[in-house]
Structures are given as C-alpha cells and as structure tokens.
Write a protein that binds this ligand. Sequence first.
Ligand SMILES: Cc1cc2nc3c(=O)[nH]c(=O)nc-3n(C[C@H](O)[C@H](O)[C@H](O)COP(=O)(O)OP(=O)(O)OC[C@H]3O[C@@H](n4cnc5c(N)ncnc54)[C@H](O)[C@@H]3O)c2cc1C
Length: 385
Amino acid sequence: MVISPLAPSETDVFVIGGGPAGLAAALAARQIGLDVILADRAQPPIDKACGEGLMPDALDALRRIGVNLGSGNGVCFRGIRFLDEKLEAEATFSNHSFGLGIRRTELHRILVERAKDVGVVALWGKKIEGIDTAGVVVDGRTVRCRWIVGADGFHSNVRRWAGLAPNWNAARRIGLRQHFRVRPWTDFVEVYWRKDCQAYVTPVGVDEVCVATIGREDIRGSDLVDMFPVLASHLGGAELIGPTRGAISKSTRLPIVVAGRIALVGDASGSVDAVTGEGLALAFRQANSLAAALAAGDLRRYDASHRRMGRMPRLMARTLLLFDGNDRLRRMAFRNLAAHPRIFSRLLDVHVGALRRSALTAIAQPLPRADIEQEARHLPQNGIF
Ligand SMILES: Cc1cc2nc3c(=O)[nH]c(=O)nc-3n(C[C@H](O)[C@H](O)[C@H](O)COP(=O)(O)OP(=O)(O)OC[C@H]3O[C@@H](n4cnc5c(N)ncnc54)[C@H](O)[C@@H]3O)c2cc1C
C-alpha cells in the first residue's frame, strides 16, 4: 500500500480520480507549471475491465505529456481486423504508425511513476466526499484550489456535484475482460462479431492476449467457445490468467463538461461504446486540451474542443452498433470493406484522427452505399448522436 502524504492546504489544480484520464490531466497541468494534487479512493496500480489497446492517437497524446510508450511496454499492433462467421476484413494504420496492447495495470503503473517524477502530489486510498466553494474536501478539511478536475469515471460524483447531467439514452452493454496465456497469433487487434456481441482480442505480452467480450447482460453466463468458435480455436484451451473483470460499456454525452471552476475529463465527461477502442485516446487528448484551456484561464475553450473531439468517436460508435444489431447490414458492410481494404484503412485513419472527418465522403465514394443506407433506414435511431 502506498502511504499518501498529508494533503497541502492549497493547490492550483485538484484532480479527483487517478485512473488514466485523471493521471493524464495531472501530467498535462504539471507541464504548464501548475501545482497539482490528485486523489483516488483506490491503491495503484488500478485495474479495470478494458480491451487494453491504445490506438495511435492515444500514443501521440501521451507523448505530448511526456509519456513515450513502445514495444518495450507491450505489444505493437498494426491495424484492426473484423471477423464474423463468414467474412474477414482488415485495415492497417497509415504511415507505419502502430497501436499498443498494454496491460491496464502496466499502463497505470507507468502513468503513476511519471506523475511522481514530475511532482504531482498523489493521495491514494482517499475517497473524495465532496467539494465546497473554496475547493475539495479531503479528510474533513478543505484543500483550496483554483481548478477542480473531475476524472472519477463513468459514475462520476463530481459531475453530479457540478450539476452536470449526461444523456443516458444509448444501449447499455456489459464488457468482460479476460487474459489468456497464449502466444499472440496476430499483430492486429481482432474483433470477432456475432449478433449483439463482439469479442476483441489485443496482444498484450509475448505469451498473453487480452479478450474483451462486449454484449447484452446475458453474456455473463455465456461460453466464449460456443459464441466464437474461431477465436476459441486460436485460444486452444489456453490457461486463463487472473480474474475476469466486468464493466458497463455505454455511449453517454453531456451538453456541457465545465461548470465554474470544474472541468470533467475521461469517462466522467461522457463515454463511447468500448467497441470503438477510443476511450483512452479521447481521455488523453482531452487532458492536453484541458491544459491549454487552464493556461488561458478559460474553461469554455476546453468545452468547445471536447465537443469537437467527441464527434468522430460517437459517429463510429453509432455505426459499429448498427453492425452489432443487424447481421445483414454487417455482412454487407464487411463484404465491402474486405473488397476495398484501402478504403477500410483510410476509414481507420479518420477514426484515429490521422485524416480529417471531411475526407469521409470522398473515401467512401466507391462503396455501393445505397444497399447499406436502405438497410439502415429500418433501424431505430438513437437520440444521443
Ligand atoms: C469492456 C471495456 C473495454 C474497453 N476497451 C478499451 C480499449 O481497448 N481501448 C480504449 O482506449 N478504451 C477502452 N475502454 C474505455 C476505457 O477503459 C475508459 O474510457 C477509461 O477507463 C476511462 O478512464 P477514466 O480515467 O476516465 O475512468 P476510470 O478508469 O474509471 O477511473 C476513474 C477513477 O476515479 C476513482 N474515483 C471514483 N470516485 C472517486 C472518489 N469519490 N474519490 C476518489 N477517487 C474516485 C476510481 O477509483 C477510478 O480509479 C473500454 C471500456 C470497457 C468497459
């Protein structure tokens, strides 16, 4: 257990929540010379259900706050492969960029080390019970601060204390994470699809893969082998390592993510369905953008850039969830993506921010979209996008 220091009586920035988003926000704020206290109710390294894949944009955003990750920290992957019972389509990242599969606890350990190195005062094992007009209440006394960053995750209390409410309309899914001891058979993140459920596989070690299964509530009692026989054949009865962890996966969106001196980052500020693999990238990019707004003393700037950053991942979440719910639509789309791998790769570039969203129409031009659009018209539309 890490013994936390006594909290100083004041600071520039108080970050509530020491998951990846909170640590990234703390690092970004230190980088512009602000004093930072961060508190988390848990002890590091903190584990959580996660697909454990960092997309290239996540790695770029981390680099900007002084965290350089590469093959020494996990396993590099060069793109995404979609598979269902009959079809397979893959896309590689452009310009030799790569993503990184890294155990959640390892990522947390690295971020915690870096935060310590740059002088973030971290209070581990401290649950924050409230805020008041002067700052954050810790152990019954107020730590005065200029800014409060709410990085306390999906069920954020800071969000509630700030009077900010998310839109909960989107489908609620359950994500389960497991690790298997097996040599990775691919240098792609593989996403196995079936109706109402996906399993995605990220290589995270020389002899270890992470499997995140995301679907409706009933997946909890289901058997991976029955649901995804091809994946099961790769796993070949490999040993399950460590505990299975579960979490809710859901797209949520807030009309505004700042209130007075309070700003939200990471899942506290809205989330995208796990199948996008973009939750961490968004959190790290938000941290950079929040620091720029803090430097300018204007949180509205952060709110505006937060909204811009979320558009593409939300669009992707919506599209991928259409594939989740409709076998015919998914097959049609996968057939097209398999026939046009370059287009799939460019779409992936747009997804990870390497190409502008405005390029989408031109990229998708060769795809026979009429069938897909017709099919999509019959599907219920989700209000939050
Ligand atoms: C199944 C699944 C798979 C996923 N796969 C991927 C993936 O492959 N790639 C990707 O980029 N994203 C993925 N995501 C999304 C990603 O995991 C989240 O976006 C990310 O964890 C958000 O980080 P966070 O720091 O905002 O929240 P969290 O990691 O939830 O951290 C919040 C922290 O706040 C602390 N806290 C809460 N309340 C208090 C309090 N009152 N006082 C003190 N501390 C408090 C908690 O202890 C916790 O440590 C996945 C999500 C799921 C559910």
